[in-house]
Design a protein around this ligand. Structure first.
Ligand SMILES: [Zn+2]
Length: 113
């Protein structure tokens, strides 16, 4: 993964990832590439205080749901994550800053890369 500002990592040319402090893992979304490859988000291009639309719903309830990890539904806007109330982790309903991918978080990210 390549650095892309303090809060984002670029994966190939088509995806970016950020560290979710609720799930303690990277969430990766597709922001480019060919149509038909799956969900596509819009990124405002701001590397320091990114905004993605629409919302990001990780481990959504349904056929592919993994009961071992939380559901995480959020909006990332202006470098902050707003966790919606249908998230099943401790930060549901809260707004937190996107963590910088350095220090302890950076070490965790290296472990997942
Ligand atoms: Zn999460």
């Amino acid at each position: 993964m390549a650095a892309l500002g303090p809060k984002l990592r670029r994966i190939a040319n088509s995806h970016v990832g950020f560290f979710c402090p609720a799930c303690r893992m990277m969430h990766v979304i597709r922001i480019g590439g060919d149509r038909g490859q799956g969900p596509l988000w819009t990124w405002d291009g701001n590397e320091d205080e990114p905004t993605f639309t629409p919302s990001i719903y990780v481990n959504r309830p349904g056929r592919l749901h993994n009961p071992a990890v939380p559901s995480c539904h959020s909006y990332v806007a202006d470098g902050r994550i707003r966790f919606l109330n249908d998230s099943t982790h401790a930060l549901a309903g809260q707004i937190v800053d996107l963590p910088d991918l350095t220090g302890a978080v950076g070490d965790q990210v290296k472990g997942t890369a």
